[in-house]
Design a protein around this ligand. Structure first.
Ligand code: NAP
Length: 498
């Protein structure tokens, strides 16, 4: 499988229209098999400097290309991605572990984003408005910012890259992108697609390497005007502090502690299905994964039984196999973190009713696998109810009322996604108003965002920006107010008003 899908053994950076060999590399491991699938560069600060220099030069020209023409490149990117969807999906499963069906979904998200942002090339709307004075015209336009730095995580190696790079590029910026070291294949493929689509050299540059070196060099580079980051809160906080010192614009999309609320009037079968899909899909390694179930005590036991029944149907293993529903954990550190939370949950007094173990039999020996795990009778003050575990672990928290459910949902430091299962329309509308998260689902799990809506969260999940949707353009453009006075005389605003 590996030989067929990959045409080289070592990846290269792509800077100023050229593939550049690295001095130092590290192995990329398939988490399902433990095998090294390719080597990825560990680049240096000098590599970043070269990429930023190239991007700065290219951006001047790119910004002058009419936006509908810039968009033509994205239409072509979308077309090529569609053509290569199966190939991309298999590579994605190999580097990240998520099951093939989900990998296909992630690639589709990128295709959707390409067409959506290409459409923006003919919009990028500003506003025209009235001026206070006679013979004067006023408007606001979106202007590109310059060179933007993108730092992306391993859990959605292509979708998140498209959420950021497509709006940045269509808006007339140039990009230096540092993908996660764990998942560089998607970056390599997307770069090749952009080249085939005819993107001019220097507009998109990929520099592989560690966050501590390459990521930090991007954050600190004086010619990078915007950083768009998705990843953990610890890293995001550090990046935000550094950007703050430089007065650099920074967009942060970080962790979640997402909950499904199940009221006593809910369709329990549907709720259990939604919980199992959003808690154990991608082995719980989604920022929007359901890791808490806030359940009305009247239906708690029935819901538990339904969840347990559905978990038994989940086959765990290598995501390239069609019948597998839950893939591996990305790396040893991720696995150890999950294991530590199982102990924390038990010590805190939550009741473990399913899973809780690493899978170690012959079938699983080479990879990193963890059982879908369910705690019940958790309380909101427990660490398993508050902290992001990033694995296939969900905790049921019983509550006595709708009001208590909303309070429990909102009493975590994160605010990414939430969901409620109920048949009561009044509760639906109250919930969408009162749930303090950037994304709210009704009668569906906590995952499944569509690219033409804003993606991001409140409180500790972000800093007020959004990926995807038309809102993503706000990250990568400056608003410029333009006044055109055609009176032929000096007119003073606020003073010469009749
Ligand atoms: P991470 O460790 O913070 O890494 C994210 C990216 O930041 C990687 O490319 C990493 O590089 C880089 N990085 C690490 N240290 C850095 C530094 N000091 N300066 C600059 N860049 C640095 O996060 P992760 O474990 O990959 O991702 C999982 C987290 O992402 C979870 O918390 C999840 O909730 C969050 N997430 C959020 C969203 C959202 O939209 N809200 C979406 C997906 C994931 P290397 O890894 O290559 O060293």
């Amino acid at each position: 499988m590996t030989e067929k899908l990959l045409d080289k053994e070592v990846l290269m950076n792509y800077v100023n229209g050229e593939w550049i060999e690295a001095n130092e590399t590290t192995d990329v491991i398939n988490p399902a098999t433990g095998e090294s699938i390719i080597k990825v560069p560990l680049s240096s600060q000098e590599d970043v400097d070269q990429a930023v220099k190239a991007a700065k030069a290219a951006q001047k020209e790119w910004a002058l290309v009419p936006a509908p023409m810039r968009a033509e490149v994205l239409f072509e990117v979308g077309r090529i991605m569609k053509e290569k969807k199966e190939h991309l999906s298999k590579l994605l499963t190999m580097e990240n572990g998520k099951v093939l069906e989900e990998a296909r979904g992630e690639v589709q998200e990128g295709i959707d984003m390409a067409y959506y942002m290409a459409g923006e090339g003919r919009r990028l709307f500003g506003q025209t408005t009235n001026a206070e004075l006679k013979d004067k015209f006023a408007m606001s336009v979106r202007a590109p910012i310059g060179v933007v730095g993108l730092i992306t995580p391993w859990n959605f190696p292509i979708a998140i890259a498209t959420w950021k790079s497509f709006p940045a590029i269509v808006a007339g910026n140039a990009v230096v992108w540092k993908p996660a070291t764990e998942t560089p294949l998607m970056a390599n493929e997307l770069m090749k697609i952009f080249i085939e689509a005819g993107l001019p050299k220097g507009v998109l540059n990929v520099v592989f390497g560690s966050g501590g070196t390459v990521g930090d060099a991007l954050v600190n580079h004086k010619d990078i005007r915007v950083i768009s980051f998705t990843g953990s809160n610890d890293t995001g906080r550090r990046i935000a502090a550094k950007c703050g010192e430089q007065l650099k614009k920074v967009s942060l999309e970080m962790g979640g502690k997402n909950a499904v609320t199940v009221m006593d009037d809910a369709d329990l079968e549907l709720a259990a299905e939604g919980i199992v899909w959003s808690a154990f899909g991608t082995s719980g390694q989604r920022c929007t994964a359901c890791s808490r179930v806030i359940v009305h005590e009247a239906v708690k036991e029935d819901l538990e039984q339904l969840i347990l029944k559905k978990i038994k149907e989940l086959k765990i293993g290598n995501g390239l196999h069609d019948d597998v529903k839950v893939g591996p954990i990305i790396n040893k550190a991720g696995l150890e973190k999950i294991k530590s939370y199982i102990k924390i949950g038990k010590d805190e007094g939550a009741k473990l009713i399913a899973g809780g173990n690493e899978l170690t039999g012959d079938e699983y020996a080479a990879g990193l696998y963890f059982e879908p795990t369910v705690f019940t009778d958790a309380t909101i003050d427990m660490r398993i109810s508050q902290e992001e575990i990033f694995g296939p672990v969900v905790s049921l928290i019983p509550v006595g009322s709708f009001e208590e459910a909303i309070e429990v949902n909102n009493s975590v430091e994160y605010g990414l996604s939430s969901s409620i299962f109920t048949r009561d329309v009044n509760k639906v509308f109250k919930a969408q108003r009162d749930l303090d998260t950037g994304i709210v689902y009704v009668n569906a799990g906590t995952t499944g965002a569509e690219i033409h809506l804003p993606f991001g969260g409140t409180k500790g999940t972000g800093n007020g920006h959004r990926d995807s949707g038309v809102q993503a353009l706000d990250v990568f453009t400056e608003w410029k107010a333009v006044y055109v006075d055609y009176s032929g005389k000096l007119q003073r605003a606020q003073i010469d008003v009749e």
